[in-house]
Structure formats: structure tokens, C-alpha cells
Design a protein around this ligand. Sequence first.
Ligand code: FES
Length: 128
Amino acid sequence: MSIRMSDSALTDLPPVKGRQWARLCAASDVPADEGHRVGSVPPVAVFRQGGEFFCIDDTCTHEEYSLAEGWAENGAVECTLHCARFSLRTGEVLAPPATKPVATHPVAVVGEDLYGALPANYLTQKGG
Ligand code: FES
């Protein structure tokens, strides 16, 4: 999934220190209770839970595995490889074997699209 940086909506989003807004995907790309992997570097994953959208780093902090492949339930995502659980809101570890939290990122819904405030050092595809 590409990230476009040229959207006019980006200029309407509030600045977040040390971060850059990037289009993540269409809201319709994110099924309820499932993850959607976005191809930034490092990759991030978007989840829809209880009418809210969440964006976290996609790579499990236990071993390198995509959290977008996991199950989302009760505000948390469970890694499918060894079942570590992370809070979608805070990134904290809720169940081992992971011990380090996963990074979380602000999400904005603009029309039909989702934007994430990603750290400035994350690489995103420009032009889209
Ligand atoms: S890789 Fe996610 S729990 Fe092990």
C-alpha cells in the first residue's frame, strides 16, 4: 500500500512534533478486528476496533513478525506467531512472550482516508 504525501488534506492536519502526517490507506481497507499493513519503512499496521482506528508499528517486538496478521479484540492485538498481546491504544505489552512495547501513532480520518502521524525518520512513498 503506498503512502501519498501530496494530498491537500495533509495541510489541514495539526502538526505533531517530530512527526509527519502521511496517508495510510482508505478506511474501507481496514476490516473490523483485523489489521492492515502499510508499506512504510519501518512498516506500520492499522486496526479498526469498536469504531476507532489505531496505528502501531507492524513488527512484533518479540521476534520479527507482522502484527497486521494478528487478531484484534478488546482494544488489543495478539501476535499470531507466539501469542504476545499489545494494547492498540498505548502499545504496552499485555501478554508475554514480548517484553518491549510497540510504538503507537496518532490516526486521523479525513473523508474516506486514514492518515497517520508517523515519526519523521520513517520512510514513506511520496507522490503516490
Ligand atoms: S513474534 Fe510475536 S509473539 Fe513471538
